[in-house]
Design a protein. Structure first.
Ligand SMILES: [Zn+2]
Length: 80
């Protein structure tokens, strides 16, 4: 998914490396499997991704990778 069209019509470019609007995260349960030395690539594979729209603040969560449509989250204080 090279680009994401936000509901506010802002186009989010996901191709930059590193990507300025992309955040990688991992659940506490999944992270608990790691000890001592962490392989960066291995950890990256386990991480989930969300993208923040730099215009409206919406978050787009890719809970199951880029193959599935992301879920949209809108901050209550920033409804546009
Ligand atoms: Zn937006």
């Amino acid at each position: 998914m090279p680009k994401l069209l936000c509901t506010c019509n802002n186009i989010l470019n996901l191709q930059d490396i590193p990507c300025k609007v992309q955040y990688n995260f991992i659940s506490d349960v999944d992270y608990d499997k790691y000890h001592d030395n962490i392989n960066a690539e291995e950890l990256y594979q386990e991480m989930k991704i969300f993208v923040e729209c730099d215009k409206c603040g919406r978050l787009w969560f890719f809970w199951n990778g880029f193959d599935e449509e992301p879920l949209e989250y809108l901050p209550v204080s920033k409804q546009i």
